[in-house]
Design a protein around this ligand. Structure first.
Ligand code: ADP
Ligand code: MG
Length: 343
């Protein structure tokens, strides 16, 4: 299984928390219904940004529900992998930025790691650069790598920084080069039929180590780090690393309380397209072996298991198409998506 695909582009503990809140206390529009796709198709979610129809008492109830979570997570680090549709839809981008600012203002320490496979794809297409793929992974030559760097660090990251700042936060964009954060080396790809044979796919990286000191310094100073998944090698060369893998490793080295991976699907689905609310490493191995988990979900789930095993308390893959999914996941009793357990 290939854990990295740089160009590819949960529910909670107690079972009762899988249930939506009692119908009497929360208006129907606030129930986090997953988008109505029972398959892996990507039906856009229904937007429900207008909360004016919610009676004040219900709003107050939702706010007071947040108090125990604010207390629990105060001062704690939450690593958020930002990707999928939540990153391309303008309304969802706005929600995301506001949620990050709110979390910071109530005392949590959000750290954002962003993806950008589709944006890189677009840029390369516009430049007329024909992709060469080996086992589904783009061969990243020097020219491709410079496009990757300007798209991720120049465009995608700066857009996110701008949105967070416009929402009242103080975001700072970083790549893995800043503060010597992410050391990387070339990812080795073994031939799927002949494991003795290795493929060279260029500047696609594997993490060697992460030094989180720059992130810690920014956090302590009220800033919100926004990190592009680019590492540097021994000869100062750049590497494009899968953002899920970076988010997971960063959550581990920061000893984050939570790792949230926002994606473009409800969570991990089984063969029938049903949401799996909870997964253990053993079950994940089975699902990868029989092909139920494939493509971009593979590095995501591999990173999720690593983080869970390394002591990150809560690891969730959630639907970034649901407005304010992240905020509700952290600060309310609602649970959705897939939670990954270490055992
Ligand atoms: P992201 O931007 O979140 O990294 P990816 O496209 O890399 O998005 O990964 C999410 C995709 O993984 C889903 O859209 C889906 O097509 C694919 N996928 C493969 N297997 C599964 C599975 N078992 N459950 C859910 N998604 C899966
Ligand atoms: Mg991906």
């Amino acid at each position: 299984m290939h854990l990295h695909d740089a160009d590819f582009a949960g529910p909670r503990m107690a079972p009762d928390r899988f249930l939506v809140p009692s119908p009497s206390s929360v208006p129907p529009s606030f129930h986090l219904q997953p988008p109505p796709d029972s398959t892996m198709s990507n039906t856009p979610p229904v937007h429900d940004a207008d909360l004016s129809h919610i009676p004040p008492r219900d709003k107050a109830e939702l706010l007071s529900q947040a108090l125990p979570y604010i207390r629990k997570y105060h001062g704690k680090t939450i690593v958020i992998k930002y990707g999928g549709n939540a990153m391309t839809d303008p309304a969802l981008q706005q929600d995301f930025a506001e949620d990050v600012v709110l979390l910071k203002l109530v005392g949590l320490n959000p750290v954002v790691v962003h993806g950008g496979g589709p944006q890189i794809e677009d840029a390369l297409n516009k430049l007329g650069k024909k992709g060469h793929f080996i086992q589904g992974m783009r061969v990243t030559d020097a020219e491709t790598m410079s496009v990757v760097e300007w798209v991720l660090a120049g465009e995608v990251q700066q857009d996110i920084v701008g949105l967070i700042n416009a929402a009242g936060g103080k975001a700072v964009g970083l790549t893995g080069r800043d503060g010597g954060m992410i050391r990387a080396k070339q990812l080795k790809i073994l031939d799927k039929d002949d494991p003795a044979k290795e493929h060279d796919i260029g500047q696609v990286g594997d993490i060697v180590s992460i030094d989180p000191s720059v992130v810690k310094a920014l956090q302590d100073d009220q800033f919100i780090p926004v990190i592009s998944p680019i590492g540097f090698g021994e000869s100062n060369e750049s590497y494009n690393i899968n953002a899920d893998v970076v988010a997971a490793k960063l959550a581990t080295v920061l000893q984050a309380e939570k790792l949230l991976m926002l994606t473009n699907i409800r969570g991990v689905l089984d063969k029938q397209g049903e949401l799996l609310v909870e997964l253990t490493p053993r079950r994940i191995d089975e699902l990868v072996a029989d092909g139920t988990i494939s493509g971009g979900m593979i590095p995501k789930i591999a990173g999720a298991i690593d983080a869970a095993k390394s002591g990150v308390n809560a690891v969730h893959i959630i639907d970034g198409r649901v407005p304010h999914a992240m905020l509700l996941e952290i600060l309310s009793e609602k649970a959705f998506g897939t939670m990954i357990r270490s055992h």
